[in-house]
Design a protein around this ligand. Sequence first.
Ligand code: SF4
Length: 93
Amino acid sequence: MTTEPLRVWVDQDLCTGDGLCVQYAPEVFEFDIDGLAYVKGTDGELLTSPGSQVDVPENLRLEIIDAAKECPGDCIHVQRAADGVAVAGPDAD
Ligand code: SF4
């Protein structure tokens, strides 16, 4: 498992709104009033622009990666902060 800094974003076009990610990491994922999941900044503000990315908190790496692997919409993208290489989610190996 890499220990490099990671970033995460959600493709709302594919989100089913089931809430699995919110259960895994409510510090990072939250529903907006449209019933879809979005990522939050460290200040807790929901980032509703398409493709908005946030840093994955060090203590939540496993939760975020697990959420990406199990996301029913296959729409949580986790990537290395340094070069954008996919670590988990639909673009990962
Ligand atoms: S787990 Fe995936 S499909 Fe489910 S609410 Fe989160 S982003 Fe949407």
